[in-house]
Unconditional design. Structure first.
Length: 188
């Protein structure tokens, strides 16, 4: 009986999260466009609901001009390869990939190279999360993602721009985290 109640409560939370995500995602904002791209790639309402619910907890300042198609493709790669990301991990990965894409584009990289790098980062993050022990699984995921971005930039032969991209990416992520903290503090 309590299991049934738990399932009903979880379903209600996911439905509420999905519905409220649509309210908060600006019609043409990055998050709304990302949601649309994820739907095109076959994400179901439950998956999208969990992602969008977790995404509301984060400030998306600084990535409004990100490429949602590239981010959705990279997330889809993990989904297709059955990488068991928690929604919060997907959100962190999505934000970091969007920021990475903006920085690489600003340095003149082709969209194709950015997408290949993003998919490589997603693959490496997925493998790293699979390899982590449960004790390690709750700390440093943002750092893990940025380390994998740095590794992938080296793999793609982009070492000469690696430091510049990583510095700008780190600054963009920190600004997003500060905005999210201010937003969370104001909500309480």
């Amino acid at each position: 009986m309590s299991r049934k109640i738990g399932v009903i409560i979880m379903g209600t939370i996911l439905m509420f999260g999905f519905g409220s995500a649509n309210i908060h995602a600006e019609e043409d904002g990055f998050l709304h466009r990302l949601q649309r791209e994820m739907k095109v790639l076959g994400w179901n309402n439950e998956e999208l609901g969990g992602f969008m619910y977790a995404a509301q907890e984060m400030s998306w300042n600084g990535v409004e001009n990100g490429d949602p198609e590239m981010v959705a493709l990279a997330l889809h790669y993990c989904r297709q390869n059955q990488v068991a990301f928690q929604a919060q991990d997907r959100v962190q990965l999505a934000f970091n990939l969007a920021a990475m894409g903006i920085e690489m584009e600003a340095l003149g990289f082709a969209r194709r190279n950015i997408t290949i790098t993003a998919i490589g980062v997603s693959r490496e993050v997925g493998e790293a999360l699979k390899a982590r022990t449960n004790a390690d699984n709750t700390t440093g995921k943002g750092d893990l993602i940025r380390d994998r971005i740095r590794d992938q930039l080296c793999t793609e032969g982009l070492q000469e721009n690696q430091e510049r991209i990583m510095e700008r990416l780190t600054n963009r992520v920190r600004e997003g985290e500060r905005s999210g903290n201010r937003r969370a503090a104001g909500a309480h």
